[in-house]
Design a protein around this ligand. Sequence first.
Ligand code: XMP
Length: 325
Amino acid sequence: MNNKRPDSMERITTSELAKKFIDEQIAEIKAQVGDKKVLLALSGGVDSSVVAALLIKAIGKQLVCVHVNHGLMRKGESEQVIEVFKNQLDANLIYIDATDRFLDLLAGVSEPEKKRKIIGGEFIKVFDEEAGKLEGISFLAQGTIYPDILESDGVKAHHNVGGLPEDMQFELVEPVRLLFKDEVRVVGKELGLPASMVDRQPFPGPGLGVRCLGAITRDRLNALREADAILREEFDKNGLNKTVWQYFIAVPDMKSVGVKDDKRYEGWPAIIRAINTTDAMSATIEEIPYELLHHITKRITSEVEGINRVLYDLTPKPVGTIEWE
Ligand code: XMP
């Protein structure tokens, strides 16, 4: 497989160029796969979604997508994967709700790297078990993109929960391996994927697991998911989704005293992080209008069970990393 982007390869910026790329890839995929079956771990992230849409177009039901819900997805994400791929694109999609497996394993674990290892390891196990139940799979499709190849110093491999076991005996299908992220998005749009999917901000593989700080509990994870959904909704409504690179909520494992409905109300703080960056190596803090911060604070503290304060993280990277864990 060619893993070097030719110098002559034009940057895909327009619908016409995307169409041309899609047609070429469909022919290439058909030639590679023939009438065999292909397996894909579909996280719902930009890269795997675009690969899924391309393969569905090329080989239809010969593609088997497996979506593992590790219980650490943002609100509505797994539902969107099912809606887009199963209901709209009629894909051969296996949905596995492995929430209990992951949360049971994570119970009481507070060390960030240990949490990452558990989530990554369990993901491979669940996917492997599912792959073992299927018959006649010859190929494994992956959403590898060009920066993954350029950075093949292991950074992404370590980062990505979707990283699969090396001993899997499948030939790889990696149709977007020579593309940069912005090109993957243009191709995704041309394939008809919704903007909320192709324009998604980066989301770490371990998901909300590294934002529910310390040992994860179901009630605090739930509060985090609801608060995060409100933040996203308000950023979307106010156009900040177009100007802010990454924004999310982290909820630490500590409570403070508050008052709600005239009664003492102990709750967790929701910490807002909203940063801008080009490469995630360093980051600046976005100026969010105070009025909007007040509005978000009001919504989160009144709508989310368990949260009684909202804080805004003003720390650039360095010194702070983007994620809290
Ligand atoms: P940090 O926190 O290192 O984050 O400043 C830089 C970028 O990487 C993302 N990130 C991760 N992505 N698995 C991932 O796939 C991870 O374990 C992980 N940790 C951080 C983070 O969201 C930010 O975009």
